[in-house]
Every structure is written in structure tokens, then in C-alpha cells.
Design a protein around this ligand. Structure first.
Ligand code: HEM
Length: 397
């Protein structure tokens, strides 16, 4: 495939930093920074814990998240797995409703739940340990390697996962601490990935490349969401109401991204930076027209652009994107260590996620500035319908 137009254009222009002023964007009327902030987060707000699905997937994403992977200690048994899930169920049911966990050593920190959600999943190994191998979903395995991957084992895999989200980072930190220390005799923490995002309710957030990110997605409460995200129990009856999580840690090479101009950046993704509208439209919500060409016959949205390559080629290739930005301390000699915690939820990883990931790994103009450094796949347990039941109960019955 041809070199991305973004890069060609940079050469034509002789490089040059992409400064906002160059494209006429500044602190004018269109800038959201001049508007009064009217959407204060409510620190007392809670998200229900009980229900057919776990919270934290259809829930509008709070501003902060921590993804925590844990490994079972050597010699762990089925009873240990069940024990961890029972403790987490009790802790999460209390903390998410603004109450302290049993034996909480900092109960005051539980008073501001800030829409806290705790979402629990299992990695492939647990099914063998717990003696339920036949109940393991067929798609539950690490993703195959891709040529774009530069995976660091420190950010990959895991036996159990917690996704903890809340509008206040203190609520996230307290919940993670309680959930991890309560099961420390049975598991060890493998990795923790913290992220953040913010957007006014109903609006899409921006990633750290400055793009509006999250436009094309599956709306909760729709038939599409039910069909594409929630498992219906057809293949594994115990999993009805559950789903899967693919978490990719994708580093952004922001220093080289700085070298391309604004047009180049927009051609790379296929959308404008200002509004997030497709290059063929004027509003973020406009459908991209991948067939549109300019007066020279050149596609307006480059076929190599991220949205052209990521766009589903069949209805079954869609999934929910619910990612968070990360911005960690740079290693010596670098100025940034930022990227995306790309979190995708879908009923079937192999059928829905993999075809899109394979296509992007083959070619995506954005790959020049994005590097997958972590990868993990988990089955997300169904919700706890009845108080007193525990997460994963249907797997062990
Ligand atoms: C769309 C950024 C990685 C799948 C988008 C959009 C942006 C974006 C700005 C357009 C707005 C939107 O619809 O949300 C990024 C960045 C990535 C990344 C910065 C890495 C750091 C991925 C990966 C996948 C993916 C790994 C899947 C394997 C999609 C899909 C769309 C999309 C399906 C919607 C395409 C459409 O139908 O228009 N992404 N993305 N992205 N991205 Fe990504």
C-alpha cells in the first residue's frame, strides 16, 4: 500500500511543527476553554452494583480508571478462586454504594464514591485451576502476535482483572487498595495501569494526540449493544450477561507526532482535529463518506487513514471502545510516556475484535506514531443479580 498521505504532505511542506496557530485555531469563540464549566461531578453519585450485567461497561465512563491484573499464587485451588470472587463481590457491593468495605482501615475514603464501579474478569488460566476448563469461552486466549507489537511482559496477560472507575482518583485508589489487600494471601498484583479521560456528558473525550476519540461507538441500551456486547449464553450458559475485555496499552510517540502539520494529522486519522468531523463532513456526528473524491479523483478520506482501516466491513466486526489516556513519567532521555489504554468490550473477541486488529496491524497510517506495548484478554463475568450471590457463581454451579 502507498505511503500515508500524511507523511507525503509533511515532506512537501518540509516538516514543521504542528502548532495550533498555523491552522487558525486559537482561544476564540469556538474554544471550549472560554465556556463556563457547568458539569461538576457529584462526589456522592453511585452506580447500582446488582443487576444482570456488571457495572463499568454500559456505564458512562467516569473520569479516572485503574486496570489491575492479578495472578493466582502457586498452588491456588478452585476454593481460592471462589474465595477471591466472594471477597471482591462483598467489597465492591459496599464501596460502590458509598460505604466502607468490611474491615476498611480508611472508611472515610469510602464516603465519596463518585460513580465508582468495579468490574471483574478472569484470564485463561483460572479455568484450569478451578476445574472448569470445559466452560472456558473458545476466544479466551492472548491475542496472536502482530508485527506492530513491541509488547513488554510487564503489561501483558494476568489471571484476574479489576477495572475500577470513578470520577475522583481518590475513590479509585481506595477501592484498588481495599480490593487488592483483601486477597493478598491468594493473589499477587501483576500490573496496574492508571488512566483518565474527561468530556462533558454526552460528548466524546480527546486522546493525548488531541483527537476527538470515541465518536463511532455502540450506544448502551440499544439492540446493537445487547447483540454485540452482552453474551446471550448460547455457547456457555453460565456466561449470559457477561462479555470480554481486550486491553491494549498503546504508546504514542508524541515527539515525532509533533513533527507533522495539522493537515497531516487530520489525513492520518480521517477526521478534523477541531470538531472530530470526518474529512467529508462538517459535524462530528456526520457519517464518513469513504467513496468521496476531490477534483483530482483522490479520496478525501485516505484509504490508509485510521478510520478507513478501522471501519467495520461487516456488522459483526463492531465492539464497544471505552479507553482511557495514560500519561506516566518519562524514562530518562524522553519528554513523555503517554498513550492510550485501549479497552474494547465485545461478546466474541475472535469474531469481532480480531479482524479489525489484524487489518490495522497490516496497515494504518496511525501506526507510525502508535506502538502496542501491552496486551491482555479477559472474560468479564455476568453481573450479580441477587444480593448474597457472588461474582462468577454461575461458573461454579
Ligand atoms: C476510530 C484514535 C487504536 C479501532 C478512532 C478515531 C480516533 C482513534 C481519533 C476517530 C473518532 C472515533 O470514531 O472515535 C485511536 C488511537 C489509537 C487507536 C490514538 C491508538 C493509540 C485503535 C485500535 C483499534 C481501533 C487498536 C482496534 C483494534 C477504532 C475503530 C474506530 C476508531 C473501530 C471507528 C472507525 C469508524 O467506523 O469510523 N480511533 N485509535 N483504534 N478506532 Fe481507533
Amino acid at each position: 500500500m502507498a505511503e500515508p498521505r500524511a507523511v507525503n504532505r509533511r515532506r512537501l511542506l518540509g516538516g514543521g511543527a504542528a502548532v495550533a496557530g498555523a491552522a487558525g485555531i486559537g482561544w476564540g469563540a469556538a474554544s471550549s476553554s472560554t465556556r463556563a464549566v457547568t458539569t461538576a461531578r457529584d462526589p456522592m453519585a453511585t452506580v447500582p452494583f446488582h443487576g444482570p450485567h456488571q457495572a463499568g461497561i454500559a456505564t458512562a465512563p467516569p473520569d479516572h480508571a485503574a486496570f489491575v491484573a492479578l495472578d493466582l499464587r502457586p498452588g491456588a485451588t478452585r476454593a481460592d478462586v471462589i474465595g477471591v470472587l466472594k471477597i471482591w463481590t462483598d467489597d465492591a457491593a459496599r464501596l460502590t454504594q458509598g460505604g466502607p468495605a468490611l474491615g476498611d482501615t480508611e472508611p472515610e475514603l469510602a464516603r465519596r464514591p463518585s460513580r465508582l464501579t468495579v468490574t471483574v474478569g478472569l484470564g485463561p488460566k483460572v479455568f484450569g485451576v478451578a476445574g472448569v476448563q470445559a466452560r472456558r469461552p473458545s476466544w479466551l486466549a492472548p491475542l496472536p502476535p502482530f508485527t506492530i507489537d513491541r509488547l513488554e511482559p510487564a503489561w501483558c496477560d494476568g489471571d484476574l482483572v479489576l477495572q475500577v472507575c470513578a470520577d475522583e482518583p481518590t475513590a479509585v485508589a481506595h477501592a484498588v487498595r481495599v480490593l487488592c489487600k483483601g486477597v493478598a494471601s491468594l493473589v499477587t498484583v501483576r500490573w496496574v495501569q492508571r488512566g483518565f479521560r474527561n468530556a462533558e456528558p454526552g460528548a466524546s473525550p480527546r486522546n493525548l494526540m488531541g483527537q476527538v476519540d470515541g465518536t463511532v461507538n455502540i450506544a448502551p441500551g440499544t439492540a446493537d449493544f445487547d447483540r454485540l456486547v452482552w453474551d446471550d449464553g448460547a455457547a456457555q450458559p453460565w456466561l449470559r450477561g457477561g462479555t470480554s475485555l481486550v486491553l491494549r496499552r498503546i504508546a504514542m510517540t508524541l515527539d515525532t507526532w509533533d513533527e507533522i502539520d495539522r493537515d497531516g494529522r487530520e489525513l492520518t486519522v480521517g477526521r478534523t482535529l477541531d470538531t472530530g468531523a470526518p474529512l467529508t463532513g462538517t459535524k462530528e456526528s456526520d457519517d464518513p463518506d469513504f467513496a468521496a473524491v476531490d477534483r483530482y479523483g483522490i479520496p478525501v478520506i485516505p484509504p490508509s487513514s485510521h478510520i478507513a482501516r478501522a471501519h467495520h466491513t461487516s456488522e459483526g466486526e463492531r465492539f464497544l471502545r471505552r479507553g482511557y489516556n495514560y500519561d506516566d513519567a518519562p524514562i530518562p532521555g524522553h519528554t513523555s510516556n503517554s498513550g492510550l489504554l485501549f479497552a474494547a468490550f465485545q461478546r466474541d473477541v475472535a469474531a469481532q475484535y480480531l479482524p479489525v486488529q489484524k487489518r490495522l496491524a497490516e496497515f494504518d497510517a496511525l501506526n507510525v506514531w502508535t506502538v502496542p506495548v501491552g496486551s491482555a484478554v479477559f472474560v468479564i463475568l455476568p453481573g450479580v443479580r441477587t444480593p448474597g450471590d457472588y461474582l462468577g457463581q454461575s461458573l461454579f454451579e
